[in-house]
Design a protein around this ligand. Structure first.
Ligand SMILES: [Zn+2]
Length: 208
């Protein structure tokens, strides 16, 4: 199966290119890390038609590549300010020498994206505008920093909220099909079922 391309940024965030089965060959990019060149090279080499970039949330390790992406960008606009103004976030990562200029380009509301291939889930907690993207035809879901294989996203950063995270786990994550493969914003993939059984933090919050 060649429906999915995975690139892991030096910031450890994952960037994916997904091509849903029924999409007439239209591909989507999930998240735009700062070092986007390998992704752009792949798109060019494979001559892919890109329908847009979908951002799971506005943190710089998932969004700073916006300025080098030539196409429509979709995000939950609750995270617009985070995505446009990475300077505050970058201050806490002094080791990284990254350009932190404010992004001025157009951002589109991801919930308005009209595709019968895609289900957009709003799961605030890590940030206010955190989203997951489900592709039913492929049986996969991209969760960004909401749910990882062995953990969950932190809730102590700007616009994070532990109560919202607990609510999202109980009302969004539990709705994901057990057989789906979950592709997180950092680290390895796993099945939803395995994460429900083995992820200690998810289990703790589910019992809350
Ligand atoms: Zn994040």
């Amino acid at each position: 199966m060649n429906d999915l391309f995975v690139f892991t940024s030096f910031t450890t965030s994952n960037c994916y290119i997904v091509t849903p089965s029924l999409s007439d060959g239209i591909s989507y990019v999930i998240d735009l890390p700062p070092d986007l060149d390998p992704v752009l090279d792949y798109i060019k080499k494979e001559n892919l038609s890109i329908g847009g970039a979908l951002l799971t949330h506005g943190h710089f390790d998932h969004a700073l590549g916006m300025s080098s992406f030539d196409g429509s960008i979709y995000i939950d606009l609750n995270d617009e300010q985070l995505a446009r103004n990475p300077e505050e976030q970058l201050k806490s990562f002094m080791g990284l020498n990254l350009d932190s200029i404010t992004y001025q380009g157009e951002l589109n509301e991801v919930k308005d994206l009209n595709s019968n291939e895609l289900v957009v889930h709003s799961n605030p907690g890590h940030t206010k505008g955190s989203s997951s993207f489900e592709f039913p035809s492929l049986g996969i879901v991209f969760t960004g920093d909401f749910i990882f294989k062995d953990g969950i996203g932190r809730t102590d950063l700007l616009t994070g909220d532990t109560n919202e995270m607990i609510h999202s786990i109980n009302n969004v994550f539990t709705g994901f099909h057990d057989d789906y493969i979950l592709y997180p914003g950092h680290g390895d993939k796993d099945t939803v079922k395995s994460i429900k059984n083995n992820n200690i933090l998810v289990r703790e919050y589910l019992n809350d």
